[in-house]
Ligand binder design. Structure first.
Ligand SMILES: Cc1cc2nc3c(=O)[nH]c(=O)nc-3n(C[C@H](O)[C@H](O)[C@H](O)COP(=O)(O)OP(=O)(O)OC[C@H]3O[C@@H](n4cnc5c(N)ncnc54)[C@H](O)[C@@H]3O)c2cc1C
Length: 404
């Protein structure tokens, strides 16, 4: 079923990659997703399959062993994967953001050291900005790094790390006030932040001296993928693991990573909405009330019409945002709009598909129950709707500034 959300102008290679991923999703993900999700089980077999397909290295340049594909190819793959199970797209998303940040901002040594292993899926990435006391307000980060000889000593607590347990490399954003007076730091807090590339063992407990991953956070949805806290207590990191080699650039590096991450969250919203539409349109033709399939009642047809229109609109905006970034242009406005619209529409389409299922939508036997618990995460992750609107609003005022 691929009549909605078509993308014009794809190359033969892009079409081949997408058709392989779609096939994998239909055969290997959709049949097992709901059962694994209910058990909150990590989908190891699916992850191994994605590794074999080369998806962990999709956007990593060929010279480092990746496929060197565009953000658009990546986003369309994410859309397909999320159509199968959103948690699986979460497993590759943080990896992709960290690889992107190393590719864009890393030193040559960091690229040579990490990217080939990341392309093979042997090193898997997570990123960590949020803390117990903050998420949207990144500049308020309190975790801190202090220089000690050739090393930095990191202390503080982080929250909400997707893939915190399963990853072996975490890009951690902390405060590092080197060379700044307290007044300077207070005036420009984002200029005193640094991203550290922290290698660790996978698993829970003390995964490196001074670094503890306490355990999985129990979530309402988005299960299977682990989301954790991270505690740094005298964690010693060598100076050559400062992303890009220079302190004070972490905020901008992370925002660059999150910008491409936003296109991916939009793509996830598109994928989940597509699946909800598929489930709704199928159920509506099977369930009969008042002597006919409910799809023949105009009220239900109107719902299907609205759902399909939202699927199409979100897909178009997501593709536009990815293409803008691929062309080398700034895309924060488009990415913010795509993320905002796709996540809101996803929630609405899922809700409509749930209503079409009547009472059965409330049963764990039906896939829509899982989608109903997954969609809200997209409203929060990679910046809430309010934060997207702040970004969009600021950019609009830049573009439409009155002269004179
Ligand atoms: C399942 C899951 C996985 C996650 N994975 C990661 C991860 O891998 N790495 C990571 O670093 N973080 C991760 N996060 C954290 C996520 O990025 C934050 O939850 C998100 O940015 C919101 O921050 P918050 O929860 O602290 O909410 P807050 O920032 O406290 O916001 C609370 C409410 O206030 C609103 N608000 C805040 N500021 C304003 C304002 N100025 N104007 C108007 N409204 C405002 C928000 O929109 C929201 O509605 C994850 C979260 C979840 C739920």
């Amino acid at each position: 079923m691929a009549r909605l959300a078509q993308t014009a102008g794809l190359t033969d290679i892009q079409q081949e990659i997408l058709s392989t991923v779609r096939d994998f999703v239909d055969k290997e993900i959709i049949p097992v997703a709901t059962e694994l999700e209910h058990r909150d089980e990590y989908p190891q077999q699916i992850v191994d399959g994605l590794k074999e397909l080369g998806l962990f290295g999709l956007m990593i340049p060929e010279e480092y062993g990746g496929l060197g594909e565009s953000l658009l190819t990546y986003a369309l793959c994410v859309e397909e994967i999320a159509r199968g199970w959103m948690s699986v797209s979460g497993i590759i998303n943080t990896h992709f953001i960290v690889a992107y940040m190393i590719k864009q901002h890393g030193t040559q040594e960091q690229k040579d050291h990490f990217l080939p292993k990341m392309a093979a899926g042997d090193v898997r990435g997570a990123f960590s900005m949020s803390e117990p006391g903050l998420g949207s307000d990144v500049a308020a980060i309190t975790s801190k790094a202090v220089k000690d000889g050739d090393e930095y000593v990191l202390n503080g607590q982080k929250m909400w790390l997707t893939n915190g347990g399963t990853s072996t490399l975490v890009a951690v954003l902390v405060r590092s006030d080197e060379g700044h007076s307290p007044e300077e730091t207070a005036a420009k807090p984002h200029k005193s932040m640094t991203t550290f590339l922290v290698e660790k063992e996978p698993g829970f407990g003390e995964v490196r001296p001074g670094l503890t991953i306490p355990g999985k956070i129990d979530k309402m949805g988005y299960k299977g993928v682990d989301t954790t806290e991270l505690i740094m207590d005298g964690l010693r990191i060598p100076a050559d693991r400062v992303l890009g080699g220079t302190t004070g650039r972490g905020f901008y590096q992370m925002m660059d990573g999150v910008e491409v991450g936003r296109v991916n969250v939009a793509a996830r919203g598109c994928g989940v909405a597509q699946r909800a539409f598929e489930l709704g349109v199928s159920y509506a033709q099977q369930r009969h009330t008042f002597g006919k399939p409910i799809a023949q009642h105009q009220a239900i047809q109107f719902k299907l019409a609205e759902m399909a229109t939202k699927v199409e609109a979100a897909h178009a905006m997501m593709v536009n945002a990815a293409r803008k970034k691929d062309s080398g242009e700034r895309n924060d406005l488009e990415a913010g709009m795509a993320k905002y619209l796709a996540s809101e529409y996803c929630k609405e389409v899922v809700e409509d598909a749930f209503r079409i299922h009547g009472g059965y939508g409330f049963s764990k036997e039906y896939e829509i129950e899982r989608l109903y618990r997954e969609a809200p995460m997209l409203l929060i992750g990679e910046g809430t709707a309010e934060i997207q609107k702040m970004i969009i609003g600021r950019r609009l005022l830049e573009e439409y500034r009155l002269q004179g």
